[in-house]
Write a protein that binds this ligand. Sequence first.
Ligand code: ZN
Length: 212
Amino acid sequence: MDELEWFRQAIIRAYPNPQRIGCPAPEILEGMARRTVPISAPDQEHIFHCSPCFSTYLGIRNQIRRRRVIRLTSIATAAALILASIVFIGYRALYRTPTPQFATAFNLQERPVFRGLHQAAIHPSPFVLPRGIVHLSLTLPLGSEPGAYQVQVCRDGQTDPLLSTSGQAVLGRDGSTVLAIDLNSAKLRSGKYALGVRKDDSEWSYSPLVLP
Ligand SMILES: [Zn+2]
């Protein structure tokens, strides 16, 4: 029992007033506790010297105080949640990194080219594809003709390409055939892949590829 409770108990027992002499009507007493009815000096004097009135008065005051604490706690919780959301959104807007961009060249004359996906995917020295938007310059195998080419990136054992695009291969000054394409590898997982290239409707040929 804290001191306030001890004090309350003392007053409740001090002035029993079983005949309720001089007590205000219950609704008036409740109004006083709720501050809707003004408390005069004699009223206050009575409440402090009548245990039943004091007990009722104190009970209503405590009830009001508890409700106010609950309401304030709810408001504080809601405010904290809103603040946390604002901070989170602001943080994300400030620090969200754009997709990185790379310019890379693969020379398909330097690596073996395979007819099968699997052979390419297990080759020990693959091309390394950075993760992001890659502006890729492919030097096609010797003897490749210029024209429209299709390019795709496949996982070993999966025929559905994860990335696919197309472009026009042109003859370079040194006589090689070069195909410039853009690939977005940002969402690919690390691992072994195969880079498929084909002209028009001819057969696919695959080069070993890896994502770090
Ligand atoms: Zn009374």
